[in-house]
Design a protein around this ligand. Sequence first.
Ligand SMILES: [Zn+2]
Length: 309
Amino acid sequence: MAQDTVVTRRQFFKGGLALTAGLLLGLPKLCAADGGMPRSPEEAKGETAMHYLFDRTPIEPVQVFDNLFYIGSISVAQFVVRTSEGLIMIDSGWDEKDADYAAESMKKLGLNPADTRYILITHGHSDHYGGAQFFKEKHAPAARIGMNIVDSNWCSVIPPEGAFSGVRPEIDLELNDRQTVTLGDTGIFLVLTPGHTPGCLSMIVPVTDHGQKHSAAIWGGTGTPANLEMNYLYLSAVDYFARYTAQYKVDVEMSAHGWVDGTFARLEELKHRRQGEAHPFVIGEEKYRQYEDVFRGMAKEAIDKYKKR
Ligand SMILES: [Zn+2]
């Protein structure tokens, strides 16, 4: 098992997809839940990123907003959005184990997995798509799995074998740029943001906190890619998405990789939040723009690096 893990990580590095994650937001101060987790891009590269990306320790499922739930593991999360006509899951974890844990977590939160109508996948890396087919077959037969066509043709999975290959789901629904997936009273706005993968989708989700409206963004792919051209794409995709995060007045930032943005400290803070205290995930429009700047910086740094080669 340990041997497998080592090989897998090597393959991952070979693929050149090492995450340059770790996004400093000036978020609530560290607490025990974060341990030694990265707090800035400088801290979260290479081995550090790999350590957390492959940490499959399950987390306690948390209701973050009235209609949004965060479940999964240290490695990667699934978001569940509750609507008036069922549930929407965003991303699906690595595999069958994650799919089963997602179902268990949903039940713990008082949600019925069988009410899931959509499983929306941000991109073609198996930490995001690998649980989808299992979740649908075992727990949510009425769900339709959606993904952008560029990634769902599976040509864009890099490397083709190794750390980012999982059971590829059958895609029921083709998701496109600037499409709104609507279920009941809720519409999730999708934006094609190529770079991390060619068909990567980022999403804007309307949320409420004790009835108060907010707008949450999920940037689909964290790490910058391993070549010059894709980093140009990544950079322009940040600007492109920023048009819509401005239009939708995004003031909430959430990441499927909780170890890049202080998610676990914030989830912990949320547990102890008293009435009237600020919501740790509502960072405001200004801070959200700063968060986008972190991605711009990462892409520019990568462009400089690959230009020199
Ligand atoms: Zn990825």
